[in-house]
Design a protein around this ligand. Structure first.
Ligand SMILES: Cc1ncc(COP(=O)(O)O)c(C=O)c1O
Length: 375
């Protein structure tokens, strides 16, 4: 049952000009978008779209430079292709394909003066993927593909989903077996990926937390991302039973640890950003990115420094600000921890500034944190 999961959030959007399949009025069963498009490369000059016709990979390329120039190829051997071209099925596909081209041409004509480019990005995919693979190794799961292939599968899953705002979740399991404890009869690990559309508008208002009475996982398990989340679930339920958003764990030495699916940070009275050490908790991709982004606030004089250290409960409850950080919650102000009111019950200014930096990073951060999704 050793399975792993990770959540990468969010898929953020900007703009684009490729025709949507729904606009082309073809049913998805007939034609569906394939792996990649080149809209991001040379996007002013040309674009490349791949569609998949049943049994055939077809790439359609057109360049603005040469106005409407279509060039397509069938990614199969010419012998197979010849056989297919003769088949009735292929004839039908070719007709559909011609209609697609025609509609694209019309659509492009009508968009001459209003070209929008859409590039959707997966935020921190590589950071999440690294932790995912590291965790799989710790769980002794044989990784079924190399990391580049997993990366490609994940990107393609998002692309095919057509989702433009949501999250990507993925799991690795030891694979189908015989329901025994030992995975020895699980012959091949299985990778699962799902794209979940965001349903509700973002909420950045301050929240309450309580101290968890559910014991934290021992460090060996807390530092790896796995589906052994019963303590996390019980901790979240405990919070909800107490009208709180999350329950905060303390580690074996009584220091502040983390929440059930997020990290915790503070702004001290001395205006330092203080985050608990990562040696007994999950090393959050978002928290690590926030540590980098926070340097800007130090430069601007809004913070005096940044420190990763043990945090006592007293120090935490006396802090000027407290926040939760994670790929689901992003950066969210805590305004009450147990009976302690934090920051006069208002969202902290540094927390707000960090949230803004993170949102900005999702929209326009460097390629190391934003992987384009070709639709
Ligand atoms: C226990 C735990 N801590 C922290 C985090 C935050 O990690 P990330 O920022 O990578 O989402 C998560 C995320 O799911 C988590 O499960």
């Amino acid at each position: 049952m050793a399975s792993l999961s990770t959540l990468t959030k969010p898929i953020s959007g900007t703009s684009f000009f490729l025709p949507k399949l729904s606009d082309l009025e073809f049913s998805r069963s007939k034609i569906r978008p394939l792996t990649r498009s080149n809209v991001f490369k040379n996007s002013k000059l040309s674009s490349e779209v791949y569609f998949e016709l049943p049994n055939t990979n077809v790439a359609i390329w057109w360049g603005q430079k040469d106005n409407v120039m279509f060039h397509f190829f069938l990614a199969q051997s010419s012998a197979i292709l010849a056989a297919k071209l003769n088949s009735e099925e292929m004839q039908q596909e070719a007709t559909v394909f011609r209609k697609v081209i025609e509609r694209m041409r019309t659509r492009r004509e009508s968009h001459k003066t209003k070209q929008l480019y859409l590039a959707i990005y997966l935020y921190e995919l590589d950071q999440h993927l690294d932790r995912f693979l590291r965790s799989a190794t710790m769980a002794k799961i044989q990784i079924p593909f190399d990391s580049e292939s997993i990366r490609r599968i994940l990107i393609r899953t998002v692309s095919v989903s057509q989702c433009r705002k949501g999250s990507l979740r993925y799991w690795l399991s030891a694979g189908p077996g015989d329901f025994q404890l030992s995975p020895s009869s699980c012959h091949r690990a299985a990778l699962y990926a799902i794209v979940i559309q965001d349903q509700s508008p973002p909420d950045h208002s301050g929240i309450r937390v309580v101290t968890s009475s559910i014991p934290i996982k021992p460090p060996q398990f807390a530092v790896m991302k796995s589906v052994n989340y019963l303590p996390n679930t019980l901790s979240k339920m405990e919070a909800e039973e107490n009208d709180a958003y999350a329950a905060i764990w303390l580690d074996g030495d009584g220091f502040v640890a983390e929440g059930p699916n997020m990290n915790v940070a503070f702004v001290t009275k001395e205006k330092e950003l203080l985050m608990p050490c990562f040696d007994k908790i999950l090393s959050g991709c978002t928290a690590k990115r926030v540590l980098v982004l926070a340097a800007k606030l130090v430069k601007e004089g809004k913070l005096r420094g940044i420190r990763v250290d043990n945090v006592s409960v007293d120090d935490g409850k006396r802090a000027d600000e407290m926040m939760l950080i994670g790929s689901g919650v992003l950066v969210r102000s805590v305004v009450q921890w147990d009976e302690e009111i934090i920051c006069n019950g208002r969202e902290g200014p540094v927390t707000q500034a960090l949230l803004n930096l993170l949102l900005e990073d999702m929209k326009s951060g460097p390629p190391t944190v934003r992987v384009p999704i070709p639709y």
